[in-house]
Design a protein around this ligand. Structure first.
Ligand SMILES: [Fe+2]
Length: 386
């Protein structure tokens, strides 16, 4: 029996479904802003999505400036450039359009317009005192779930680590999840972002902070992503697959916002910070190895995950079923042809001790892990992934 008190946060409003972007003008108008800042990246500009967003706002007589310098896995400097523009422009609304990077930079810019000091002052949990400028976040990928999470992730280049501004004020006022925005995403981005979403769902489902409420979202996310990730990568025009991935990613984001992710993300952070491995790729590589370690900590839930991923395991013992969950994830990766070893990513064995120490320092996530991990355990997991 779950004895935890359930605590649940989500965006004030979620609009999700085909053509939900069409509601943007109406929602933006409700904030009575005259000027808005669109935070995005060059890819979103090239895809024409940014132009569509601008047209919808212009119809409501809202003038819009564009910050299009967001890079993937943005560092603090990237966020600072956006904050400077946001402060100067005195905007009434900030829009984040793109992957997690654009949405996170938009959210950080929003709170930095209403709080003193620099971003460095807010890297941590619940350090933001004042709500930011209203934000509307619109994902064009299906992966980070950043439209539904209170975490904005930035790379601290000097510390070679990913750090996060974690605050309820990072959650947007409105999240618009239109699967049509993800159709132009190339296969490589579809697979790496989709794997990130699958990681969020599995980690949230098995987190120490999971509740029966977060399990609703995590379970559905595993089912949706498990059945559609391969197709979304192989045939990007398959709308049902894109729909499943967008909604699955949103659900996974909601689950992670309330249950938290666990050791996979903690072990992935040093790969991003020290070796510039993309977030989804780092998670994807480590997920099955961490699952294999974690299974003994939460056998029934891992057995359920195997079933959610479509494994026919009813005739097996609970423990055997649980191990099938890790195998099912490995099978997905094989089909997606993503890097399957640290060696492929040019991460040398000698780097493992330092990475293990850095991962152990991410106590915010390690504390959620369903099986206690020592620094030696972390080293062994990295070695298994070599
Ligand atoms: Fe993630």
């Amino acid at each position: 029996m779950d004895t935890k008190i359930m605590s649940f946060r989500a965006p004030h409003l979620i609009l999700a479904g085909l053509d939900s972007l069409e509601r943007l003008g109406e929602e933006a108008k409700a904030f009575e802003a005259k000027k808005a800042l669109l935070v995005t990246d060059k890819g979103v500009i090239e895809s024409g999505v940014a132009e569509k967003v601008q047209t919808l706002l212009k119809k409501e007589d809202i003038t819009i400036d564009v910050f299009d310098k967001v890079v993937s896995d943005p560092d603090i400097g990237c966020a600072e450039a956006c904050i400077e523009m946001a402060k100067k422009g005195k905007y009434g609304l900030i829009l984040g359009v793109g992957g997690g990077s654009s949405m996170d930079v938009a959210s950080v810019a929003s709170v930095m317009c209403t709080n003193p000091g620099t971003v460095h002052d807010y890297l941590g949990v619940n350090l933001v005192k004042n709500p930011g400028i209203p934000t509307i976040l619109m994902p064009t990928t299906a992966g980070t779930g950043a439209e539904a999470t209170p975490n904005a992730i930035l790379t601290d280049v000097e510390a070679k680590l990913k750090k996060a501004v974690v605050s309820p004020y990072i959650l947007p006022r409105v999240a618009i999840v239109d699967p049509l925005l993800s159709v132009s995403m190339p296969p490589g981005v579809t697979s790496s972002s989709g794997i990130d979403a699958l990681t969020h769902a599995i980690e949230s489902y098995t987190s120490n902070n999971a509740t029966i409420l977060t399990d609703l979202f995590a379970k559905e996310a595993i089912i949706l992503i498990g059945r559609s990730l391969r197709t979304a990568v192989a045939n990007g025009n398959d709308l049902q697959a894109r729909y499943d991935m967008s909604i699955g990613s949103l659900y996974a984001g909601i689950a992670l916002a309330n249950a938290g992710v666990t050791a996979v993300h903690a072990l992935a952070y040093p790969l991003g910070g020290q070796f510039n491995v993309a977030h989804g790729i780092a998670n994807g590589l480590l997920l099955p190895y961490v699952m294999e370690f974690n299974i003994l900590g939460r056998i029934p839930k891992f057995a359920q995950i195997a079933q959610f991923l479509g494994e026919k395991v009813g005739h097996l013992s609970l423990l055997e079923q649980a191990y099938h969950a890790a195998n099912a994830v490995k099978a997905i990766y094989k089909d997606l042809k993503i890097p399957q070893s640290l060696t492929e990513l040019k991460v040398p064995r000698e780097a493992i001790p330092e990475m293990a120490k850095a991962a152990m320092d991410v106590t915010r996530l390690m504390g959620n892990n369903p099986r206690e991990m020592t620094v030696e355990d972390v080293q062994r997991i990295y070695e298994n992934a070599l």
